[in-house]
Write a protein that binds this ligand. Structure first.
Ligand SMILES: [Fe+2]
Ligand SMILES: [Fe+2]
Length: 268
């Protein structure tokens, strides 16, 4: 059965460059797309303030009225003790979502740290991740989402804010057969594949906090009969650009990605 998953991040309610027009476009596009699931990969607000969460919660309610949405916090959401509001008003800091009909499980983690731009998963959460991954049967696709990037991304200038424990996390993810990682944070969409694991970053969906020639965007994953198609969707007009295409199957009782195409969206 076909599935459509939307990956959004970095809407930043309260930011000076936040665009109501882009927000309206985004919600209209999501209504039309009618996705089965939405993953929000952090940075709902600009500074974690209560009034920003007020507006953000209306947006989250609209997302939830369109489809099932899972959210995790970003570094901006926990500024100024904003994690209190995130947990009270929006969501828990981590989640596990299993879709038995399409045979995938998504685990969400909190990579944020109070009042700094960098982040980490930390030892306790790493242990929890390992135990949750161990519960997932090998024939199911494993997806993990957290806000900060785990590998440097092109066209983002000087590297900074990569997860402090990215090496250890990369080890845990690849050793436990994770197939897809969904991140936000850098406001630049990108796709990498490392050790047979796809790392997919979404841009900022609703702001002008853009680098170089990037535009406001989000990602759409279409899962159909042994393949996944990944599109970057421009929030301004809903136009799509294919970022990646994967073929996959369950082989010897294990889920494997057996071929892929990546279409570069950067000129470096
Ligand atoms: Fe952000
Ligand atoms: Fe961020």
């Amino acid at each position: 059965m076909g599935k459509k998953i939307i990956q959004i991040s970095d809407v930043h309610f309260g930011d000076i460059t936040f665009s109501e027009v882009l927000k309206s476009n985004l919600l209209a596009q999501l209504e039309d797309a009618n996705p089965d699931l939405l993953i929000f990969a952090g940075d709902l607000t600009a500074s974690g303030f209560f009034h920003e969460y007020g507006e953000a919660c209306e947006f989250v309610d609209e997302l939830q009225s369109i489809t099932q949405a899972h959210l995790i916090p970003g570094n901006h959401d926990v500024r100024n003790v904003g994690l209190v509001h995130f947990e009270n008003l929006v969501s828990k800091r981590k989640f596990v979502h299993t879709d038995k009909s399409s045979n995938f499980t998504i685990i969400g983690l909190d990579s944020s740290e109070a009042d700094v731009s960098h982040g980490q998963i930390g030892r306790d959460q790493m242990d929890w991740l390992k135990s949750e991954l161990a519960k997932i049967p090998d024939d199911r696709a494993k997806v993990v989402t957290f806000h900060h990037h785990i590998i440097p991304i092109p066209q983002t200038g000087r590297e900074r804010n990569i997860l402090l424990d990215s090496g250890d996390l990369m080890h845990v993810l690849t050793e436990n057969g994770v197939d897809f990682v969904l991140n936000g944070h850098k406001h630049v969409p990108n796709v990498w594949m490392l050790n047979n694991m796809v790392v997919l970053n979404s841009g900022t969906a609703t702001t002008g906090k853009l680098r170089g020639n990037m535009c406001a965007s989000y990602n759409e994953l279409e899962i159909n009969d042994g393949e996944v198609l990944v599109n970057m969707v421009k929030t301004e007009n809903g136009s799509k650009k294919q970022m990646a295409h994967y073929s996959m199957e369950v082989k010897d009782e294990s889920f494997v990605i057996h071929s892929y195409t990546h279409n570069p969206i950067h000129t470096v």
